[in-house]
Write a protein that binds this ligand. Structure first.
Ligand SMILES: [Zn+2]
Length: 122
């Protein structure tokens, strides 16, 4: 039996964390407003090296953002399943997701077997 309130609180907590990561990543991006212009290799070698560093920073930020926003999506659909009374059931095979797995990763839509079969990353 799934403790709805418990997992709802847990999911909302994780949601806040993901939102913070997203905001943090965009704050970081705001600190580098020149990145796009600097990526244009229109002068000396030093500038190109600088641009490479800036591009790397941007890629790291967007990787963070991608991860946080996909996590956010997973959390939102988990909250939706909770609402519909489908939470804790694998969306692929309909089997129950183990309590331990939900404890560790409360947003996962798949049981461990399906996650491995579909090669999804938690
Ligand atoms: Zn399954």
């Amino acid at each position: 039996m799934i403790d709805k309130g418990y997992f709802e609180a847990k999911l909302k907590d994780e949601r806040q964390r993901a939102l913070k990561t997203l905001n943090w990543a965009s704050e970081e991006f705001k600190d580098h407003p020149m990145s796009i212009q600097e990526s244009m290799p229109n002068s000396g070698d030093n500038e190109i090296a600088d641009a490479a560093t800036d591009t790397l920073t941007m890629e790291l930020d967007s990787a963070y953002q991608r991860r946080a926003s996909s996590l956010l999506g997973a959390i939102d659909s988990a909250l939706q399943r909770l609402e519909l009374g489908q939470y804790g059931t694998c969306v692929h095979c309909g089997q129950e997701i183990t309590q331990g797995r939900l404890e560790a990763l409360p947003w996962v839509p798949y049981c461990i077997t399906c996650a491995q079969e579909l090669e999804v990353q938690d």
